[in-house]
Design a protein around this ligand. Structure first.
Ligand code: PNW
Length: 489
């Protein structure tokens, strides 16, 4: 299709010249959201199979049983990836497709063959895979053994990670251990909104977050000790964060509220890994004080890091950031009897009425928040290399293939990223759009579409059709590649 003048001008306006030559231009997906093939070729069940098969959990009781059918249609996905001209593709492994009961005692050869094909096909086209080991879909058998609440999970995860490093690490050079521990722990164990649907406010959330950090750290240390010298790859953990700004920048209370909002979201995981080896001071002191008020023992809710275990400090070779939105923040003053994460945090975020909402209600469009967040990470976490491992814009309701507002969104966002690199000196090394394809958007099912390609879920073929925004993104990548070639000559 001919490019519209509008589209051309948008992509031309992104200042591609500031991106480093080896910048990663990517898109991301996750196994349960795209693969389907939930019960074929020896795959074991995950907590998401169980959750989505439970009535009333997902929009219209939809499931990921088929989703984009990427398990059968990988060739189509590869065509989409090539069409965009991506240099990198972020996917996740389905743990229970590789190890049906979650343990390395029982390997599923068909699962290994599937991911070998995906990885080999990518490499053959000079596209670098970035692999997330676990993106929300814990094997159900491990959940029944205590799952993320059990300390044992770190052993299971470490064995799985070693299996993956050994099997695929000759070709995979970017590993993400876990995706968004904040979202998983908070929505899965505090609010009960996503799998495994546990609602134990103010307690399980910290235990699960802690075990996710322990599991991540174990896997990083395994890579570092046994694989790095041969494979020369990098390992990190994908952390999501809003950018929090004070409701009234002139109010010291609101300024403190915004800081605490960051501590309880990004800092919860980034502070142990990148800064101190422990949780942020504001988390420790608030949770302790409120525990005392509730008559609970100190350290019972927010666990302590054991000195007998490998340290979590320094267990990331780059900073993997998922950014979607921003919040205006102010203090709240919950009663002393309220046991919840929100009460511990003691702040609340709201959406500025001037920010457009795209698709889902939580997703206010604030591209400038990304630039501020990148600068904050540079200053707070020792100027790391940063990969933006997810960022995107959703549609709800009737499908619009000429999605000009999403084109505008990608344009504005990439503009902010280039300012972060050029004007703020942030080491941004890559950008992954969420998502390559419309897919199973967790509790929203297929009603929310994040893809650069539209997927027709009403047809068995699951036809993929590029959106205007996909062409826009492809044009930016192509301009960057041309620019690099010219610079070299
Ligand atoms: C991320 N929320 O998760 C995930 O990594 C993706 O799997 C997901 O599809 C994407 O963002 C878009 O939502 C989130 O409810 C899931 O605030 C839920 C929320 C935020 C992020």
């Amino acid at each position: 299709m001919e490019k519209t003048t509008y589209e051309m001008s948008l992509s031309k306006n992104v200042s591609v010249e500031v991106y480093p030559g080896d910048f990663a231009w990517g898109a991301a997906t996750a196994a349960y959201q795209i693969e389907g093939g939930w019960n074929v070729d020896g795959r074991g069940p995950s907590i998401w199979d169980v959750f989505s098969h439970t009535k009333g959990k997902v929009f219209e009781d939809q499931t990921g049983d088929v989703a984009c059918n990427s398990y059968q249609l990988w060739d189509e996905d590869l065509r989409c990836i090539q069409h965009l001209g991506l240099t990198h593709y972020r996917l996740s492994f389905s743990w229970s497709r590789l190890l049906p009961d979650g343990t390395a005692n029982n390997v599923n050869p068909k699962g290994v063959a599937y991911y070998n094909k995906v990885i080999n096909d990518l490499i053959a086209k000079a596209i670098m895979p970035m692999v997330t080991l676990n993106h929300f879909d814990l094997p159900q058998d491990l959940h029944l053994r205590g799952g993320w609440k059990s300390p044992e999970i770190a052993n299971y995860f470490d064995s799985y990670a070693r299996f993956c490093f050994k099997t695929f690490g000759d070709r995979v050079k970017f590993w993400i251990t876990l995706n968004e521990p904040y979202v998983f722990a908070k929505l899965g164990y505090e609010d009960g909104l996503i799998a495994p649907g546990v609602k134990e406010p103010g307690s399980a959330v910290y235990l699960v977050g802690h075990n996710m950090l322990r599991a991540h750290a174990r896997a990083w240390h395994s890579y570092h000790a046994h694989f790095r010298h041969l494979q020369r790859g990098k390992v990190s953990i994908a952390l999501n964060s809003d950018w929090a700004m004070p409701s009234d920048p002139g109010s010291p209370e609101d300024v403190e509220a915004a800081e605490r909002y960051m501590d309880f979201s990004l800092g919860w995981f980034a502070c142990p890994v990148f800064r101190t080896g422990d949780y942020p001071e504001s988390m420790r002191s608030r949770i302790e004080a409120r525990s005392l008020e509730l008559g609970l023992v100190e350290g019972e809710r927010l666990p302590k890091f054991s000195e007998d275990e490998p340290t979590v400090l320094g267990t990331a070779d780059f900073f993997a950031l998922n950014y979607y939105t921003s919040r205006k923040v102010n203090m709240i003053h919950p009663g002393p009897g309220e046991l919840s994460f929100r009460a511990d945090q003691g702040v609340e975020g709201s959406i500025d009425p001037s920010w457009p909402i795209c698709g889902v209600s939580w997703l206010a469009v604030v591209p400038e928040g990304l630039r501020k967040l990148l600068k904050y990470i540079k200053e707070t976490y020792k100027n790391p290399d940063i990969y933006i491992t997810e960022n995107g814009f959703s549609q709800m309701g009737p499908v619009v293939l000429e999605d000009l507002d999403r084109c505008q969104f990608y344009h504005d966002t990439l503009q902010e990223v280039s300012k972060a690199i050029r004007d703020d000196g942030v080491n941004v090394k890559g950008y992954f759009a969420w998502s390559l394809l419309d897919n199973f958007e967790w509790t929203y099912g297929f009603s929310v579409r994040f893809g650069l390609f539209h997927v027709d879920f009403s047809r068995a073929e699951r036809n993929r059709t590029i959106y205007c925004s996909g062409r826009e993104y492809a044009a930016v990548i192509s301009r960057h590649r041309t620019h690099i070639k010219l610079r070299k000559n």
